[in-house]
Design a protein around this ligand. Structure first.
Ligand code: PMP
Length: 302
């Protein structure tokens, strides 16, 4: 699914075959989850070119994540963006997922390393159609204590928490989990941020126990451009359960509607919700669509 004999990756400054690339089995990343990564997407634009969405933001976050964990990071965003486009081209990909990962050398001692390694992998990913609506359950797993982890870093080890939450939700017949923070307020999904709609406005948890998503920031930009009110606040779980609407957003998920939380259905039909407008505007943005028809629709909403 991710690669075959013909797939190329970028590995420490070189282009190599994915099937021939190797990492050190003594790597600290493998043993302790001590590494950082990114989840990025490229799209075939309306004009037919390949565009990595928010490329600068993603590679800047990768650097920040590495710095937060004291991982040496000798690369510039510019060179990694260039390498990503090269790998996409070699793999004949336009609609794709791009996964840079920074990993540590052999080290079992917990000390600071004097080097890091980087791979950039790509695979095909069709743009999401957004028709599916999710049934979500509140997870029995909380987001990690922000005093125990650098929670705003996209660190490999944090994802054990996401995996446990997502697997639990699916085992119970739900599509996805919603995790609370250590104080019991709504935090985020295993791999996406959440927005809820109430009284014609959008709300999302403030920073502190979440990954501050690049898609989340894009939703703020969309709201600004369309004149939709949005703010950050502490959201209690019963406030979320009784809301008018909700959606998850993230690079992989894009903007995806939620139909129910803990089997309580949101009051508005998805196609009447603010989320539905955001979802379509997000799709316009990623393919660099020139004309958006959605500002008229927002006016009718108000
Ligand atoms: N929260 C978590 C835990 C995530 O893994 C992701 C995906 N990177 C997000 C939120 C959304 O972030 P972004 O919009 O930058 O993809």
């Amino acid at each position: 699914m991710y690669y075959n004999e013909k797939t190329f990756i970028y590995l420490n400054g070189k282009i190599v075959k994915a099937s021939e690339a190797k990492i050190d089995l003594y790597s600290e990343t493998l043993h302790y989850g001590y590494g950082v990564f990114e989840g990025i997407r490229s799209y075939k634009t309306e004009e037919g070119t390949t565009k990595i969405f928010k490329e600068q933001e993603h590679f800047d976050r990768l650097k920040k994540s590495a710095e937060a964990l004291n991982l040496p990071y000798p690369w510039s965003s510019e060179e990694l963006i260039k390498a990503s486009y090269e790998v996409l081209k070699l793999n004949h990909l336009q609609d794709a997922y791009i996964r840079p990962i920074v990993y540590a050398p052999a080290n079992m001692s917990f000390g600071v390393n004097n080097e890091s390694f980087i791979a950039i992998e790509t695979w095909k990913m069709e743009p999401f159609l957004g028709e599916k609506l999710l049934s979500v359950m509140t997870s029995s797993f909380q987001r990690p204590n922000p005093k125990a982890f650098k929670i705003e870093a996209k660190a490999t080890g944090h994802y054990v928490n996401s995996i446990l939450a997502s697997q639990e939700a699916k085992a119970k017949g739900f599509d996805e989990a919603l995790l609370l923070d250590i104080n019991g307020y709504v935090a985020e999904g295993p791999g996406a941020n959440i927005f809820i709609e109430n009284g014609g406005k959008l709300f999302t948890p403030q920073r502190g126990s979440i990954l501050p998503g690049i898609t989340r920031a894009t939703v703020f930009e969309i709201c600004e451009s369309l004149g939709i009110e949005v703010s950050e606040k502490e959201i209690a779980i019963d406030e979320a359960q009784g809301a008018d609407g909700a959606f998850f957003c993230g690079t992989a998920a894009e903007v995806i509607g939620i139909k129910s939380l803990d089997n309580i259905f949101f009051k508005k039909e998805w196609t009447n919700s603010i989320g539905y407008i955001i979802q379509r505007e997000y799709k316009n943005l990623v393919v660099e669509k020139k004309e958006s028809e959605l500002s008229e629709e927002v006016k009718q909403f108000a």
